[in-house]
Design a protein around this ligand. Structure first.
Ligand SMILES: Cc1cc2nc3c(=O)[nH]c(=O)nc-3n(C[C@H](O)[C@H](O)[C@H](O)COP(=O)(O)OP(=O)(O)OC[C@H]3O[C@@H](n4cnc5c(N)ncnc54)[C@H](O)[C@@H]3O)c2cc1C
Length: 292
C-alpha cells in the first residue's frame, strides 16, 4: 500500500478538498471574481498590495483589514484565488499578531502596524518561550520595569523563529512579580531592528540550518505606545495570539510544504527510488496526508 501511495504521489496525484456550496455562493463568486480581475495583470509587489488593500490577506478578519468574510465567502475566495493563480501575502507569525492587535490594540497601533503587516512590509516574530517557560508559558521570567516614557526589559527568550528577518516582535514580559503568575504579564511590541540591548543569537540545528534563535534583552527600552492593552493583560492577549496561531498553522496543502519538499528530493535520486525507499516514502506521505 505504501509503495502505491508513493508511486501515485510522485506521479502528481494529490487530495483535492472541496465542498458543495449553497446557491448564494454564486453571487459572491461573481463579485469576488470581478474584484480579483484587475490583480491578474499587476506585477508582483503591486499585486500583493492590491490584494492586501482589498482584504484578501486575511479575509476572515473584519474590514477594513480583512473582508469580514463568513465561512462560505472564505471558501469562495480560496477557490477564486486558486483559479486565478493569485497568492495574497502570507504574514506567517503576523497571522496571529494581526488578529491580536485588532482585538486588543488601540487606534494608533492599528494604523501604525496593520497596513504594513498585511502587505509584507512588516515581518513579525514571537518572543514568548523562555528556557524555563515552554508549556508553562505563564511561568516566564523576562521582566519589564516601568521607567519614564516606557519600560525596560531584561531577560532571555528562546526558540524565536524568524528573529533575524523580523522587523517587530510580540513579547510577553512580567510587569508585576507579586501578582499570580497569569496576572503579572504584559504584552509588548518590540522594535527588533532598532532596539539597543537586544542580542539575537542563532541556534544551529543538526541539519546546519538555524531556524530558531535565542534573544537576549539587556535593559531594552520599549516606549509606552508599544504596550498592547493594559499592564497585566498579557495572558489574555497571549491566549488570543495562541488561539489564532493554532488555526493558522493548519493549511490547505494536502501534504504540507515538508511533504512537497521531500517529493522534490526523491525525484532527484538517479534511477529512482528502490522498493524499500518507496515503502518509507509512502509511509511518510500517509502521515503527512493525515496531518495535512
Ligand atoms: C517549529 C517550532 C517553532 C517555534 N517557534 C517559536 C517562536 O517563534 N516563538 C516562541 O516563543 N516559541 C516558539 N516555539 C517554542 C514552542 O512554543 C515551545 O517549544 C513550546 O512552548 C513547548 O516548550 P518546550 O519546548 O520548552 O517544552 P517543555 O514545556 O519543556 O515540554 C517538554 C515535554 O514535556 C511535556 N510536558 C510539559 N509540561 C507537562 C505537564 N505539566 N504534564 C505532562 N507533560 C508535560 C510536553 O508535552 C513535552 O512533551 C517553537 C516551537 C517549534 C517546535
Amino acid at each position: 500500500m505504501e509503495r502505491r501511495v508513493a508511486g501515485l504521489t510522485l506521479d502528481g496525484t494529490r487530495r483535492v478538498l472541496s465542498i458543495d456550496l449553497p446557491p448564494e455562493a454564486e453571487q459572491i463568486r461573481a463579485d469576488i471574481r470581478a474584484e480579483l480581475e484587475p490583480a491578474k495583470t499587476l506585477e508582483s509587489a503591486a499585486q500583493t498590495s492590491y490584494l492586501a488593500e482589498k482584504g484578501y490577506t486575511t479575509p476572515h478578519l473584519p474590514a477594513p483589514w480583512g473582508k469580514t468574510a463568513d465561512a462560505v465567502t472564505q471558501l469562495v475566495i480560496a477557490e477564486e484565488l486558486r483559479s486565478a493563480e493569485l497568492k495574497p501575502h502570507d504574514m506567517i507569525i503576523g497571522n496571529w499578531v494581526v488578529p491580536t492587535l485588532i482585538a486588543h490594540g488601540n487606534e494608533d497601533q492599528l494604523a501604525r502596524f496593520l497596513p504594513g503587516s498585511l502587505c509584507g512590509d512588516i515581518v513579525w516574530c514571537q518572543l514568548f518561550s523562555e528556557p524555563g517557560a515552554g508549556s508553562d508559558l505563564a511561568g516566564l521570567s523576562t521582566k519589564a520595569v516601568k521607567v519614564d516614557g516606557g519600560w525596560k526589559l531584561q531577560g532571555q527568550k528562546v526558540w524565536t523563529s524568524m528573529a533575524r528577518v523580523a522587523d517587530w516582535g510580540i513579547c510577553l514580559a512580567r510587569t508585576d512579580a507579586d501578582a499570580p503568575k497569569h496576572k503579572g504579564l504584559s504584552y509588548f511590541l518590540i522594535d527588533i531592528r532598532n532596539s539597543e540591548g537586544l542580542d539575537i543569537r542563532p541556534l544551529r540545528e543538526i541539519t546546519g540550518d538555524a531556524l530558531f534563535n535565542e534573544v537576549f534583552f539587556d535593559d531594552v527600552f520599549v516606549p509606552d505606545e508599544c504596550l498592547v492593552g493594559e499592564p497585566g493583560d498579557g495572558w489574555k492577549l497571549a491566549r488570543t495570539t495562541l488561539a489564532n496561531e493554532r488555526v493558522s498553522l493548519s493549511n490547505d496543502s494536502s501534504l504540507g510544504s515538508g511533504g512537497e519538499a521531500l517529493l522534490k528530493l526523491a525525484a532527484t535520486i538517479p534511477g529512482g527510488l528502490d522498493a524499500e525507499q518507496l515503502t518509507v516514502l509512502g509511509s511518510v506521505l500517509c502521515d503527512a496526508q493525515s496531518g495535512g
